[in-house]
Design a protein around this ligand. Sequence first.
Ligand code: COS
Length: 385
Amino acid sequence: MQYDLTEEQLMLKETVARIAREQVAPGAEKRDEEAQFPWDMVEILKENALFGADFPEVYGGSEMGLLALCVMIEELAKACASTAVILLVHELGTMPIFLAGNSEQKSRYLPRLAAGDALIAFGLTEPNAGSDVSSLRTRAVKEGDGYLLNGSKIFISHADVAEVICVAARTDTTVPGHKGTGVFIVDKGTSGLSIGKREKKMGLRASSTVEVVLEDVRVPAANLLAEENSGFPIIMKTLDITRIPVAAQAVGIAQGALDYAIQYTKERQQFGKPLFSFQGLQWMMADMATRVEASRQLTYKAAALFEAVPKNLDRVSRELIRHSAMAKVFAADTAMQVTTDAVQLLGGYGYVKEYPVERMMRDAKITQIYEGTSQIQKVVISSTL
Ligand code: COS
């Protein structure tokens, strides 16, 4: 199993690191404070053709793969997790189409998404179906040559700015959720589709998180992915794959905080010498660096494992599922610990908004929650043992 970065991936990493340093980092504090969706960041990602990194060439992507996407997300997250999440949500929303879309659906949606001309969201979570995702209540009832969707979704990233939402809904309520769920592609502007509450969040404040309300939303049968009642495996496998870029985001946040803490402790003098020269603090940073590197290796290995198989529903093995969940839980917990330690290393300065580690600590928290909490990852890992 080889997952050292190739020449091409190393060049990509350098390019994205430069973009992050020069164009993304400078406004990160302001974006966090203003809590508005960053269309200027979308433009930068689009200009640099980053949206299509993991899309097939035939649909306008550059087909660089999941590992390349992870590297990009990591570099962006070092500077601004709210910008990194744009690519992450793009992958999450598109994955059901990659996995289960037919060629007509792929041709209709993927080219605009690959170019970044349209954004996409994934409408899964509901008030009563978070970790327990098979308890969805949103219903899709067959009517004529289409379906009528009714229900509501909460905590949906970017649904208000997306042109397309992949919505999970119960297609048969007489059987358990994992046997009676479907996934539908719903276009923005469809009658009955509206955006409800906008969340005010602790972190990732420049990304939008909203409620989606579906009232008699008529979706043509041509927008159903695969077949009725086949949605649960699509959802699970989507999450199996996209938990890896979440891990990459966590690695980036942690590395960004660690880099800042190292630089700070080498400059800041107390008791007549740099903070970095105190062994107690050196050991803290040694632990932080070790955990970040271990998280990165788990993430890259998981990405490489997924890259080795085609993106379709049949090829997600227990080994892949286990590695994605391991990478997600370890990297997310690391991001939380490392950013908290970075705040500690900066002392009072770490606690104020003038220094970025305070934002990084708030941003890190969501990686332990979304796309499956750290506790759920352990359920997933143990289910494969
Ligand atoms: N990958 C692929 N298939 C999976 C899977 C996974 N990670 N987990 C379960 N499945 C399959 C099972 O194999 C089973 O298939 P069969 O019906 O063919 O036997 C089916 O799904 C049902 O499995 P299970 O009974 O274990 O499902 P549960 O409802 O108990 O759910 C967990 C299992 C908790 C792992 C699942 O609900 C989960 O991942 N929850 C977290 C959801 C989440 O991440 N929410 C945040 C969304 S942010 S977009």
